[in-house]
Design a binder for this molecule. Structure first.
Ligand code: NAI
Ligand code: 13P
Length: 326
């Protein structure tokens, strides 16, 4: 919608012929965006080569579990000079790779040329042209600014950031915290608990991100705080909704079946749990979510475990002088 509003002819690739048909005939995508009429410049195809002919910019918006497969299909069809962008929030389950790394591998392009578009941006609101701000992050200033120019308009404001790793890590891990926020709300724990999850969630996202090579300040930006706030508080958030259903006593399988859409936080909890071990970074909220989702721990017991952790400083960085004096 944003690109079409900006004058681009947009071709959407989908696996399903009936979905392409609906988009082309009726300009709707009713399963995913009910009651929305899409721009006439948006058309859909099921043939990847057709989708990519003459493309100036290619946006991957598949799920983290399918993006490698989709990129493999697209490899060889993307024009040499096209910008490659992605809006995927997660890691690859088995390899724990970031999405840019997957795209670089499959498309045989340097990771430094890839751009991630991330931030608080629920599709339901963007498509209604509600004011939205995001960040375009890339190691390449030229690519980040080109993508900024493609997407910027009166309702969609894009900032650039060279910290690709930070923006990808932030976008992925906020979904774990959103699941936790949904659980907390579902248990009736109120606003103090949710603010605590958002803030301490940010602390553990920052710790892991720094260990992976990100800059701490990125997490204070749109991809960090911005997306945490929206995903932990919005009625559109699927991760929040999944968490609240779990608190209501549904099993994980029942929740996922009833959502019918990606709940990235579930797979990302597994990945982040493994990454926290790989990098030796404490991630207590992720650890408790892992126990609730995959080890059968009751959500209330997870909250008790978080509240009962040994006393500690708010930030080792800020408490450096005390720590050095010890
Ligand atoms: N929905 C939103 O507001 C936002 C979503 N994102 C991210 O975008 C990514 C995609 O999420 P959504 O579109 O919301 O999920 P979704 O569940 O609404 O849609 C995913 C689509 O991918 C298709 N798909 C699944 N496996 C596939 C495969 N192997 N090959 C081809 N197509 C396949 C599904 O059929 C479905 O149409 C996620 O990483 C999500 O975190 C990022 C920003 C906002
Ligand atoms: O990332 C998102 C908004 O920025 C979408 O979050 P959900 O997947 O929780 O709906």
């Amino acid at each position: 919608t944003v690109l079409a509003d900006n004058g681009c002819d947009v071709t959407v690739w989908t696996r399903r012929a009936e979905q392409a048909d609906e988009i082309n005939r009726h300009h709707t995508n009713s399963t995913y965006l009910p009651n929305v009429v899409l721009h006439e410049r948006i058309r859909a195809v099921t043939d990847m080569a057709e989708a990519l002919i003459g493309a100036d910019i290619v946006v991957f918006a598949a799920t983290s579990s399918s993006v490698r497969e989709v990129a493999r299909k697209a490899a060889g069809c993307i024009p040499q000079n096209a910008y490659v962008v992605h809006a995927v929030k997660g890691f690859e389950r088995d390899t724990l790779k970031r999405i840019s790394t997957i795209l670089a591998e499959e498309l045989a392009r340097p990771e430094s040329s890839i751009v991630v578009l991330s931030g608080p941006s629920h599709a339901e609101e963007v498509v209604r042209r509600c004011p939205t701000t995001v960040v375009a992050a890339s190691m390449s200033k030229e690519a980040a600014e080109a993508v900024q120019d493609y997407f910027m308009n009166a309702y969609f404001r894009v900032y650039t950031n060279p910290d690709l790793i930070g923006v990808e890590v932030a976008g992925a891990i906020k979904n774990i915290i959103a699941l936790g926020a949904g659980l907390s709300d579902g248990l009736g724990y109120g606003d103090n608990a949710k603010a605590a999850l958002i803030t301490r969630g940010l602390a553990e996202i920052g710790r892991l991100g720094q260990a992976m090579g990100a800059q701490l300040l990125t997490f204070a930006g749109l991809a960090g705080v911005g997306d945490l706030v929206v995903t932990c508080t919005s009625r559109h958030s699927r991760n929040w909704r999944a968490g609240s259903m779990l608190a209501g006593g549904m099993s994980l399988d029942e929740v996922l079946a009833s959502m019918g859409m990606a709940v990235e936080g579930v797979g990302t909890t597994r990945a982040a749990y493994a990454l926290s071990r790989r990098y030796g970074v404490p991630m207590p909220i992720t650890e408790q979510l892992h126990a609730v989702l995959f080890e059968g721990k009751p959500p209330k017991a997870a909250v008790e475990a978080l509240m009962g952790r040994v006393r500690t400083h708010e930030s080792e960085e800020v408490a450096k002088a005390w720590l050095e004096a010890e």
